[in-house]
Design a protein around this ligand. Structure first.
Ligand code: IPM
Ligand code: MG
Length: 369
């Protein structure tokens, strides 16, 4: 077997169910190394609360530099009640935000696909969700998550004021809109841009910049503007009207959780966070499941590893140029669902409930076939 160049992957399991779901991805990577002419070089390190417990910081410089040097970061989840009372700068979530910001991962792709096997797991009627396949493109390095000024300050009479600032520049809007239009070209040619241009100037700018880019370069794509609250409602009323949704950091956070539930479970939704290509054509990227650390079920071996496994599949496709392997892995997930295997979050009558690791093993067994 001819071995190709080493592909560096950094696994950051993080907190809660993160380590359990990342373990399944690690097994899959090992399987690829053994059975295909691929050579993934895997490194693993601490991030989030796990890093705080050991080093008193949610991400050490060493780990940050490792993230800069690898081809793809696969992150589990960060955070949990244990670290809720830490100073803001020490909170596990700061690690995630630092990675996103400093790796300049401005485009967060969150596909929401309702698998035919899981139509009944959704809380919506089957005819509303069956065949659903939408892509949310969330801006990830701007908006209220990072805007200045921010903080909690003392005003008069012991009264305090919490401050966050929602800002966007035209460049920030344009580059993420471009990602959305390019994706729509390869999908169903429709982009819905969401903002609150009725109450926010930054929303008005968002709308104008998306419109201008459309006019300049993407006239053939069907562009629709929608207020974010209406979008939240339309996602429940008729989600199949959407193809690609592009929106800011905060609305994207909220709308993607909502879209995830249309598919039956947060445990199924992967995501890719992408930056711009550098001068050598390399792309910085990080992949993570949309679900959080789920501390209530951590350590029980019942978490659904599919979102993380599909995140790795997105890494194969977007960062590692391994489309064939990505499709193979997606198909293996489908086969296991066809067989009726389900983790607790997606269990329904007549199906077989399995643990996190049995789910991972079953997916590997289909790769083997
Ligand atoms: C997400 C999460 C994060 C976010 C948290 C953990 C900081 O909810 O990726 O959607 O708000 O972006
Ligand atoms: Mg979120």
């Amino acid at each position: 077997m001819i071995k190709v160049k080493k592909r560096k992957i950094l696994l950051l399991p993080g907190d809660g169910i993160g380590p359990e779901v990342i373990k399944e991805v690690k097994k899959i990577i090992e399987w690829f190394n053994k059975n295909r002419s691929l050579d993934f070089e895997v490194d693993q390190d601490l991030v989030g609360g796990a890093a705080y417990d050991k080093f008193k910081t949610p991400i050490t410089d060493e780990v940050f530099f490792k993230a800069l040097e690898c081809e793809a970061v696969i992150l589990g989840a960060v955070g949990g009640p244990k670290w809720d009372n830490l100073d803001f700068s020490k909170k596990p979530e700061r690690a995630l935000l630092k990675l996103r910001k400093e790796l300049k991962l401005f485009a967060n792709l969150r596909p929401a696909i309702c698998f035919k096997q899981l139509v009944d797991a959704s809380s919506l009627k089957p005819e509303i969700v069956s065949g659903l396949d939408i892509m949310i493109v969330r801006e990830l390095t701007g908006g209220i998550y990072f805007g200045e000024p921010r903080g909690i300050k003392l005003i008069n009479n012991g009264e305090r004021k919490g401050i966050n600032t929602h800002t966007y520049t035209s460049t920030e809007i344009e580059r993420v809109a471009k990602v959305a239009f390019e994706l729509a070209k390869k999908r169903n040619n429709k982009v819905t841009s969401c903002e609150k241009s009725n109450v926010m100037e930054a929303g008005q700018l968002w709308k104008e910049e998306v419109q201008a880019l459309h006019k300049k370069d993407y006239k053939d794509i069907n562009l629709e503007h929608m207020l974010a609250d209406n979008c939240a409602m339309q996602l429940l009323r008729n989600p199949k009207q959407f193809d690609v949704i592009v929106t800011d950091n905060l609305f994207g956070d909220i709308l993607s959780d909502e879209a995830a539930m249309l598919t039956g479970s947060l445990g199924l939704l992967p995501s890719a966070s992408l930056g711009a290509k550098d001068k050598d054509g390399n792309l910085r990227s990080m992949y993570e499941p949309v679900h959080g650390s789920a501390p209530d079920i951590a350590g029980k071996g019942i978490a659904n590893p599919i979102a993380t496994i599909l995140s790795f599949s997105m890494a194969l496709k977007y960062s590692l140029n391994l489309d064939k392997e990505s499709i193979e892995l997606d198909n293996a997930v489908q086969k296991v669902l066809d067989d009726g295997l389900r983790t607790k979050d997606i269990i329904s009558k007549g199906k077989k409930e399995v643990s996190t690791s049995t789910m991972g093993d079953a997916i590997i067994a289909y790769l083997q076939k």
